[in-house]
Design a protein around this ligand. Structure first.
Ligand code: HEM
Ligand code: HEM
Length: 194
């Protein structure tokens, strides 16, 4: 199997990026919601560790998404799956580009939210990245911006959740109900068995 995409198929690189980023983003959503809504009072230490991994992995997603966009530019995208109706091909394209935009917007809003946060009298925070890196704070403390970005990060995460659920539902419906080759485009192993 080739590394580049062709007119008919995703190549190895796009498939690897799809599954790596999908796993990371599902993990980010889970850790985000646990950190925000499910930790009992007095779990500050655990919350700090989760936040460190959440922020660091978020930057990793941003880096991988940037590379993914470059890869789309270099390698192109396959034509829509031949099994899709005309309207389905349009919706699926819109969903895919919507996901690209969301997966770039999530880390950016997370960055601005974190960078603009902090209390009076405390040093401005340098954002953590997997050891030994730090990411500079180019935003600076701004309470109103921080509050606004907190809302944007939260509500965008609900949109990601809804779109990803619809996306996974559609992929599974194509495979288990319609028995066509759409899922096999992202799991070539399935195609060999047919
Ligand atoms: C794909 C990337 C990301 C996803 C899917 C994601 C998702 C989430 C979710 C679901 C939450 C819990 C709900 C909420 O309070 O908003 C959350 C919280 C949070 N995220 Fe992210 N996030 C991402 C990237 C980032 C990045 C890059 C940063 C920082 C640089 C960040 C910083 C935070 C912080 C600080 C919180 C806690 C908010 C609070 O204390 O109110 N996130 N994230
Ligand atoms: C069980 C989980 C998942 C399944 C079964 C799945 C399945 C698929 C399939 C079959 C395609 C190719 C569709 C086509 O050829 O027209 C695809 C594309 C895509 N998926 Fe997923 N996916 C899953 C999870 C995710 C998640 C969690 C995300 C985002 C966080 C995601 C983002 C995308 C994007 C952006 C594309 C378009 C790829 C491109 O054209 O570059 N997927 N997915």
């Amino acid at each position: 199997m080739q590394c580049h995409n062709t007119k008919d198929a995703y190549g190895k690189m796009s498939i690897a990026l799809h599954w790596l980023i999908a796993l990371l983003v599902l993990g980010m959503l889970a850790v985000g919601y646990v950190m925000e809504f499910a930790l009992p009072e007095g779990s500050d230490d655990i919350e700090d560790v989760m936040k460190f991994y959440h922020v660091s992995t978020g930057f990793l997603v941003l880096g991988l998404m940037t590379f993914r966009l470059i890869w789309v530019h270099v390698s192109g995208l396959p034509d829509p799956a031949p099994d899709l109706e005309g309207w389905e091909a349009k919706v699926s394209k819109a969903v895919h580009w919507g996901l690209y935009a969301l997966l770039i917007a999530m880390p950016l809003t997370g960055y601005v939210m974190s960078a603009s946060g902090g209390k009076e009298g405390e040093p401005e925070r340098i954002l953590p990245f997997f050891t030994p890196g730090v990411v500079p704070n180019i935003v600076g403390r701004d309470h109103d911006l921080h509050e606004f970005m907190e809302d944007v990060h939260l509500y965008l995460s609900f949109v990601v959740l809804a779109v990803v659920a619809a996306h996974i539902g559609a992929a599974l419906k194509h495979h288990f109900v319609l028995h066509d080759g759409v899922l096999a485009r992202m799991i070539p192993h399935l195609a060999k068995k047919d």
